[in-house]
Design a protein around this ligand. Structure first.
Ligand code: HEM
Length: 483
């Protein structure tokens, strides 16, 4: 049933005759699919909003989708109408990679979600857990600074690739939080090989980030699902099998450690010794989830922030002056972050302008509801375009400009959910505080100790990499230690 028909049906049954959202014209059978050339069509969605308004419907093959590009309507979907939109119909790739929703972030809002969310907040991301992992975060920032000092003298000859360093440090942090220590290599019994740390990183983080946006044409035509698509299935299943093998090897190693009485106060120690028992697969997915979440979005935000600061020397100088006036010759610490409003503004403006999660993984409307005054029938897929919300002209003046100053007029400290970047409501990001602490401490330290400029400005890149908005080309910077 399409949006138009459902609207009339509601009226016929005496329900509120809410209007139906505008429809982007498309072709028979394929609908708007041919216009959606990108795997993450957030820019196309935002462009359509200019013509069809902040909420409109499209057809992706046999599926009706409503797209939201406005802060107010997104809040309705996240909060007031959440009970009608609390499940997901996953794409074939996501169904495999999430082991059919066995993750906090991808599960429906059900008992399983409550259990695993409680676990991750108790031992990984909640206030007490963040305190417990403080030393690991401090080491990350210290290692980052040391590596940059080593590279700085030659950076005019060989530019610094921040992504390479930072991604690796975040992976180390994720391994310490999850298993208590970093790894150099591991014997993966199920595959019969020993893997290097880089290979493990590829399998646990990089492959799934790319796999998550793989498109199977059968996603758009469910009635044709009986037709095999072997190359697609083989590719995604291989990612699944390799990840499973590596995670099993890590779990085996650490179960042995725990059995021997060595407690490293990590997530696996908690899940095995204290939490409500999980099945083998649930344990595996619970441990894998924060690894991929820690290693990606914080890096994406930090890299975009350093890109913008390198491109805007006057803003970089303003940030440096603020850090210098608070820290002087001392190192920046997490306690000092609240005294640096400009640093906080840099973080939030980067989240707004380069929202790492550009479109919320599709939500499924499982009972008739209303959004933005429009009727949305059960069975619709809902795309909340975070990019579109954070570029909404009515809320943000000249939204394409990167301008941290826009946040400085705020009287209170900036709320973590000030932009739509972390989502909202009951499914709001559970890692927002960790992301903020790491990104702000790292950006602050990098600007306090070095002057940054881009070696070559490769521009903003028309495309981004993987499921998040990772810059297609890493920034390459020349860095000069400050006096
Ligand atoms: C700048 C960094 C980050 C951004 C922009 C971000 C963004 C988001 C967004 C938009 C959602 C909501 C998805 C939805 O509504 O379906 C989300 C959920 C989530 N995020 Fe993040 N995230 C970030 C960092 C992290 C980190 C570092 C972790 C963990 C280590 C994390 C863990 C989670 C979890 C567990 C959820 C699911 C919450 C739930 O469904 O109850 N995030 N994130």
């Amino acid at each position: 049933m399409d949006v138009q028909t459902a609207g009339s049906a509601a009226a016929a049954f005496g329900g509120p005759a809410a209007a139906v959202a505008g429809e982007v014209p498309g072709l028979p059978i394929v609908g708007n699919l041919l216009d959606l050339k990108e795997k993450k069509p957030y820019k196309t969605f935002a462009n359509w909003a200019e013509t069809y308004g902040p909420i409109y419907s499209i057809k992706t093959g046999a599926t009706s989708m409503v797209v939201i590009n406005s802060n107010d309507i997104a809040k309705e979907a996240f909060v007031t109408r959440f009970d009608s939109i609390s499940t997901r119909n996953l794409s074939k790739a996501l169904k495999i990679l999430t082991a059919d929703k066995t993750m906090v972030a991808m599960s429906d809002y059900d008992d399983y979600h409550k259990t695993v969310k409680r676990n991750i907040l108790t031992s990984f991301l909640g206030p007490a857990a963040l305190k417990k992992h403080r030393a690991h975060r401090d080491t990350l920032v210290e290692n980052l600074s040391n590596q940059l000092h080593d590279l700085a003298p030659n950076s005019h000859l060989e530019a610094v690739n921040l992504r390479k360093i930072f991604q690796s440090e975040l992976f180390t942090l994720a391994m310490k939080q999850t298993f208590g220590r970093d790894l150099e290599s591991i014997y993966v019994g199920d595959l019969g090989i020993t893997m290097t740390r880089d290979e493990v990183f590829q399998i646990l983080v990089l492959d799934p980030l790319m796999g998550a946006i793989e498109v199977d044409w059968r996603d758009f035509f469910p009635y044709l699902s009986w037709i095999p698509n072997e190359s697609f299935e083989k590719k995604i299943k291989q990612m699944y099998v390799q990840r499973e093998a590596v995670m099993k090897a890590l779990i085996k190693e650490h179960k042995k450690r725990i059995d021997s009485g060595e407690n490293l106060n990590s997530y696996i120690d908690y899940l095995i010794s204290e939490a409500q028992p999980l099945t083998e697969n649930q344990l595996l997915m619970s441990l894998w989830e924060p690894i991929i979440e820690t290693a990606d979005t914080t890096m994406v935000t930090t890299e975009w922030a350093m890109y913008e600061l390198s491109k805007h020397p006057e803003k970089q100088a303003r940030l440096y002056d603020e850090i210098q006036s608070v820290c002087g010759s001392e190192k920046i610490t997490e306690e000092k972050l609240c005294k640096m409003p400009y640093l906080s503004a840099v973080f939030h403006e980067t989240l707004r302008r380069h929202s790492p999660v550009s479109i919320i993984p599709l939500r499924h409307v499982h009972e008739n509801t209303e959004l933005g005054g429009y009727h949305v029938p059960s069975g619709t897929e809902l795309a909340i375009n975070i990019y579109g919300c954070n570029m909404e002209r009515e809320i943000w003046e000249n939204p394409e400009d990167w301008k941290p100053e826009r946040f400085l007029s705020e009287k209170e400290p900036i709320d973590l959910q000030r932009t739509m970047a972390f989502g909202g409501g009951k499914r709001v990001c559970a890692g927002a505080m960790q992301a903020m602490l790491i990104a702000c401490a790292s950006i602050g330290r990098m600007v306090h100790e070095f002057e940054w400029r881009l070696k070559d400005d490769t521009g903003e890149d028309a495309n981004t990499l993987g499921i998040t908005t990772q810059k297609l080309n890493p920034i390459l910077a020349v860095i000069k230690p400050r006096d």
